[in-house]
Design a protein around this ligand. Structure first.
Ligand SMILES: *Cc1c(COP(=O)(O)O)cnc(C)c1O
Ligand code: SF4
Length: 337
C-alpha cells in the first residue's frame, strides 16, 4: 500500500488504510508501469478504493462454497472427475474483485509438506479423479523447483491424466516465464494453462506476448478466463478486443465469469441480464473461436452453470421449437420425428 502511495499511483487517503488492513494489496512492477502509462482498465483492477469497505447483504465470505467441498486441507472436490489443489494462497497481484479475497494474501496459506503429502495421498486414493487443477492463490509464484516436484508427483498418479494451472503470472509478471519455469512445467501429462485476463490492455505488452508464446511453443494449451467487471470490460467493444487478442495469442477464451458475491465487490458486479445482453452482442458478430462460455458459479457451492440468454425461445404445442438467430429473428425448427 505504502509503496503504491510513494509511487504516486494511489492517493494518501486514510480510508485506504482500512481497506489495506482488511484485504491484501500488491501490484508487480510490470503492472505498475502499465498503470503509470495510463491504463484505467488495469488500474481499476488492482488499485484499492474505499468502495471495498461497503458490504452488501448478499455477499459471502466463501462465495462459491470452497469450504463446503474441502476434502482435506488444500483440496476442493466438487465434481466427480476433477479437483482443485491449492498449494499456495499468495498471488503476484491482488485483484480487487477476487472471489477468494478472504483467503489470499502474502501471509496466506502455503500447504505444509505434511499437508501436501496428505492432499496427494487423498488424490491418489480417488481413482475417479482424472484432472487436477492447481489454483490458489497463483501456483506459478511457486519456486520452479517446488512446482516441478509437485507436477512430478501428480505425474506419478496413474489416473490423473491431465493437469490445469490457473494463473495471472504470464500477464502480470511475464518475465517470470523463464527457462526454469518451462522446465518445471515439462511433464508427461499435458499441463493446460488457464490465463486470467480481463482487459485488452493486459495483453498488449511485448513481454506478455513473449511469455505466452513460450508457453504455447512448449506445448501448453492456453485457455482464457475473464471476470465480467463493471466499468472495466462491460462493453461489447472491450470484450471483442480482449477475446480477439486472446485468440491471436493462441489463448482460447474459455469462461467469462459472472462476478462472485465476494465481500466488498458490489461496485464491480454487472447485472446478470446485462451480461446476457453482452453475450448476445458477441454471438454471431465475432468469430466463434473468440466466444467464451458465460458462467455463474452458484453461491454456496452448487457449481458452475452457463447463463447465456437462451436461443430456444419456446416449444410450441405442435412440438416445433421457436429459435432466435443472433440478430434476433425468430425461426421455427421442426419437431422430433
Ligand atoms: C471451477 C471449478 C472447477 C473447474 O471447473 P471446469 O468447469 O472444469 O472448468 C473444478 N472444481 C471446482 C471446485 C471449481 O470451483
Ligand atoms: S490472481 Fe486470482 S486468486 Fe489472486 S487475487 Fe487475483 S483473482 Fe484472486
Amino acid at each position: 500500500m505504502r509503496a503504491l502511495v510513494d509511487a504516486g499511483l494511489l492517493a494518501d487517503d486514510p480510508g485506504m488504510e482500512a481497506v489495506a488492513a482488511r484485504y491484501a494489496v500488491a501490484v508487480t512492477p510490470h503492472i505498475a508501469d502499465q498503470i503509470q502509462e495510463g491504463s484505467a482498465g488495469i488500474a481499476q483492477q488492482f488499485l484499492p478504493t474505499t468502495a471495498e469497505l461497503r458490504l452488501t447483504p448478499e455477499e459471502r465470505l466463501d462465495p462459491i462454497g470452497d469450504a463446503v467441498h474441502e476434502a482435506v486441507p488444500g483440496v476442493v472436490h466438487r465434481y466427480p472427475d476433477r479437483v482443485l489443489l491449492k498449494p499456495i494462497h499468495v498471488c503476484p497481484v491482488y485483484c480487487r474483485f477476487c472471489f477468494r479475497r478472504e483467503q489470499v494474501g502474502p501471509a496466506g496459506l502455503i500447504l505444509k509438506p505434511a499437508e501436501l503429502d496428505r492432499a496427494l495421498d487423498w488424490i491418489a486414493d480417488q481413482p475417479a479423479i482424472w484432472e487436477v487443477i492447481l489454483t490458489g492463490g497463483d501456483p506459478l509464484v511457486m519456486a520452479p523447483a517446488a512446482l516441478g516436484k509437485l507436477l512430478a508427483r501428480l505425474d506419478a498418479i496413474p489416473h490423473v491424466e491431465t493437469v490445469r494451472i490457473h494463473t495471472r503470472v504470464p500477464v502480470v509478471n511475464p518475465r517470470k516465464v523463464d527457462d526454469a519455469m518451462l522446465s518445471a512445467l515439462s511433464n508427461t501429462q499435458p499441463v493446460w494453462i488457464a490465463v486470467h485476463a480481463n482487459h485488452p490492455d493486459e495483453l498488449k505488452p511485448p513481454a506478455v506476448h513473449a511469455a505466452l508464446a513460450r508457453l504455447s511453443q512448449a506445448g501448453h494449451p492456453l485457455v482464457g478466463q475473464t471476470v465480467l467487471l463493471k466499468g472495466i470490460n462491460d462493453r461489447v467493444e472491450t470484450l471483442t478486443a480482449l477475446f480477439r487478442s486472446m485468440v491471436k495469442l493462441r489463448i482460447k477464451p474459455y469462461y467469462l465469469h459472472q462476478g462472485d458475491l465476494a465481500p466488498g465487490t458490489s461496485h464491480f458486479r454487472v447485472p446478470l441480464a446485462q451480461g446476457q445482453a453482452l453475450m448476445t452482442g458477441l454471438r454471431g458478430h465475432i468469430s466463434g473461436l473468440c466466444m467464451p462460455t458465460y458462467v455463474l458459479d452458484l453461491p454456496g457451492g452448487a457449481g458452475k452453470v452457463p447463463i447465456e440468454a437462451a436461443y430456444i425461445e419456446s416449444c410450441r404445442d405442435d412440438g416445433r421449437y421457436v429459435v432466435r438467430d443472433p440478430w434476433g429473428t425468430a425461426h421455427v425448427y421442426p419437431p422430433e420425428a
